[in-house]
Every structure is written in C-alpha cells, then in structure tokens.
Design a protein around this ligand. Structure first.
Ligand SMILES: *[C@@H]1O[C@H](CO)[C@@H](O)[C@H](O)[C@H]1NC(C)=O
Ligand SMILES: *[C@@H]1O[C@H](CO)[C@@H](O)[C@H](O)[C@H]1NC(C)=O
Length: 392
C-alpha cells in the first residue's frame, strides 16, 4: 500500500513557479556536517520561471489583493499533541522529525535570506515538541550558503523551546546520486536552465527514497518562502492520515492549480471531458511541491511507484498527457497523480496556502478563484512567486 503519499496540496501551479519552490533546549546551532546524501536548489530553480517572477514581482507587492478574507479570520488549531490522528506512530518509534529545505545560492540573495528568516522564525515561534523529541533540520546546500546558513541559524533558532539538530547536505554530492535516477524525466520537466546535470536536484523528492539512508523513513520537504502559523509538529501528524494497509484512499482534494489547465491544454483539447487539470473538488488540478510529506518507506516498498520512475514509463506518460513542464518534481508528481491518484494523499490546502496570483492576470481570470480559493484553517502560508505573506 502505501506509497508515496506525497503530497501536497494544491493549487499547484498557480503558485507553482517554484517560486519559487525541521529539542529540549539547545540554544546554539549544532552544525552537523552530514553525509546523507543530497543536493541543491529549488528555491532558485527554474530559470524559466524567472521571467515570470520578474514580470510579477513588481506588481505582487502592491497587488496582493486576492481574496484572503477567509484566511485571515481563521484561527489556529489547538496545539495538543496527538490530537489529530490518534497516536503518532512514527514518533513513538523514532523521536526525530525530519524536515528538509533546499538551501543553495542563498549567500548572495538578500530576498531569499529574508524569506528564510521569516520561515524559520515563524517555525520556531509556533514549534512545540515533547521533551524527548528532536526536530532535525536538513539543508541541501553549497559551501557559501552553508556558511551563511550556520550563522543565520544561530540567530533564528535562539528562541527554540525544543531540541533540534541541523544537518547540511552537499548539493554536489546529492546531485551526483540523483542524476542517474532522474535523468530521463529531466527531458520533460526541467527548467532548461542549460545546466542539465545540476537540474537533477529539482527532482530530489522524487528519488529521495533511493538516496537517503534506509533508516530515514519519513521526511517533510518544504520551500523557503513559507510562513508557519501553527506547530510544524502537527504537519507530521498528517502522515497518520495516509491510508494504511489497503489500497489508496481517495484523496481529499484541495486547491488546485490553474497552471495545470495550462500545462494540460493539449490533452484537454483532445479529451474534453477529462478531469485532468480541472479545479477541485472534482478535478485533478495537480500538485504544488511547496510542502511535501514523503513516506520514504512506502516509496521504497512500492513496486508501482518505482516502475513509474523508469525512463520508458516516464516517456509513455509524458506522451500520453502531452506533458511538458519546467517545474521538476512538481511536474512529475502532478503527472503521475493524473494516472495514479491513489498514490497520493492530498493535504488540505491550508497546509500550503499558496498566495501567487500570477495566473489571474495571465489568461485565467475567470477561473482563477476556483483554483485559488482555500476554505478552512490556514496552517502555512506559501508566498510563492515572490508574493508578500500577510502579517500576523
Ligand atoms: C533571489 O531570489 C528570488 C526568489 O526569492 C528570485 O526571484 C531572484 O531572482 C533571486 N535573485 C538573484 C539575484 O538571484
Ligand atoms: C542511520 O544510519 C546512519 C548510517 O547510515 C547513522 O549514522 C545514523 O545514526 C542512523 N540514524 C538513526 C536515527 O538510527
């Protein structure tokens, strides 16, 4: 069963542009240089998107007027441990909560540094763990970014009331391990920055089960441009909602992505009655990878999922859906989600409340709200495509 359970919610590509893109009382940063294996950017990704971001960064700042009224009146959920899904079995077995972020090319980018600060400070502010638990923060980084990151972490983690560990993974090392696995899909979903080899890192989540140590069984990958409104520990309880034992539950849908409409345009033209690219709750809008829960154990165990990673099968699906993208893992997950929705558990949109409104002004004004809306509590804001995140 299980499988990938990946996922994320929502609105996919609207925000997508990768705009884009884890305690008792330790005060100082433990810079553990680790050797897990890993790789790099995400935040900086997509150069294709760069122009998109550029064209909008100007207007987003003063044009963040999409309907957030619902969001702002929502309140946080209670923070009680275990309240959401009964026991957190993962935590009982292993008190480590692993979170991974791409942290490359940060050293020269003030904007990214500011986003990172907002994300970490809000995570620390709301972070609440049991005494024996440890939040393990993994950063995929380059040497210059790591150095800066270590300095910033000392500051942003100062008020942490929980135990944490910090692990830096070398992006080059990870890329080296990833490339052979994801090379075939890069042809279909890469940003096309020209740096074909190094783009492999954008597919980290897709193949993490192969390159992370076997004793790492669950990990949450998050973008840097997030703002937490709730305890990140609660996010891990979503793992317990993944269907167990039997077949895949039908996912509860959340907000989607207009970009899908765009991405699947040719396919939709030829298949007018398809759910592919349609808005929720009935459609299959695709995923946004700003917040991804990866059940690595299930991914390793799934024959189906691993078959889908094989070059011939990637090509087959991409042709079937006429899929060409530039958003890396997000495209791959979105595509296989069309064919095998049972592999995914879809988080409520409030776990990845994307704020990017780019598509509203670029051809999808009429349908935008169908994809953009997010009813229910907002746990994490995602300021994708450089969109400003509301103040508390
Ligand atoms: C810095 O990062 C932002 C995303 O937060 C991106 O839009 C911008 O292009 C980057 N700037 C440089 C100089 O790379
Ligand atoms: C996982 O295995 C690695 C070696 O592969 C070891 O260094 C690490 O301590 C192990 N972690 C846990 C939580 O057992």
């Amino acid at each position: 069963m299980g499988i990938l359970k990946v996922v994320v919610c929502t609105m996919g590509r609207i925000s997508t542009f990768r705009s884009y893109q884890f305690i008792l009382l330790v005060a100082a940063t433990l810079a553990v240089a680790a050797f897990y294996y890993f790789g790099s950017e995400r935040q900086n990704f997509s150069s294709t998107t760069k122009r998109i971001k550029q064209s909008q960064s100007s207007y987003n700042t003063n044009r963040n007027d999409a309907d957030l009224t619902l969001d702002t009146r929502l309140t946080d959920q209670p923070h009680e441990h275990g309240e959401q899904g009964g026991e957190d079995t993962g935590a009982l077995v292993d008190p480590h909560f692993h979170v991974l972020m791409m942290f490359t090319k940060i050293d020269k980018n003030r904007s990214l540094q500011e986003k990172f600060r907002v994300a970490m400070l809000s995570m620390v502010k709301h972070g609440d763990f049991l005494e024996e638990e440890v939040l393990v923060l993994h950063f995929v980084s380059d040497p210059a970014s790591q150095e800066l990151g270590q300095r910033m972490l000392q500051e942003v983690l100062l008020d942490a009331t929980f135990q944490y560990e910090v692990v830096f993974h070398d992006v080059v090392d990870l890329t080296h391990k990833l490339f052979p696995i994801v090379e075939a899909m890069q042809k279909y979903f890469s940003a096309g920055s020209g740096a074909y080899y190094s783009d492999a890192i954008f597919f980290l989540s897709v193949a993490m089960h192969h390159i992370m140590p076997q004793n790492l069984t669950r990990i949450v990958q998050v973008d840097l441009d997030l703002k937490y409104r709730t305890n990140i520990r609660d996010l891990f309880q979503q793992f317990d909602h993944f269907p167990r034992g039997q077949s895949w539950a039908s996912p509860e849908r959340c907000s989607p992505s207009t970009a899908h409409i765009h991405t699947f345009w040719q396919y939709r033209k030829e298949n007018p009655s398809t759910r592919v690219g349609e808005p929720p709750p009935d459609g299959l809008p695709g995923f946004n990878s700003g917040v991804i829960l990866l059940d690595l154990r299930a991914m390793r165990a799934s024959a189906l999922y691993n078959r889908l990673l094989e070059p011939g099968n990637v090509a087959k699906l991409a042709d079937q859906y006429r899929f060409r993208g530039h958003l890396g893992d997000q495209d791959f997950f979105s595509m296989i989600g069309m064919q095998h929705p049972e592999l995914f558990y879809v988080l409520a949109c409030g776990w990845n409340r994307q704020l990017c409104t780019w598509w509203r002004e670029h051809g999808y004004r009429e349908v935008f709200q169908l994809y953009y809306r997010c009813d229910g509590p907002i746990y994490i804001y995602h300021g994708n495509c450089n969109t400003a995140v509301p103040d508390d």
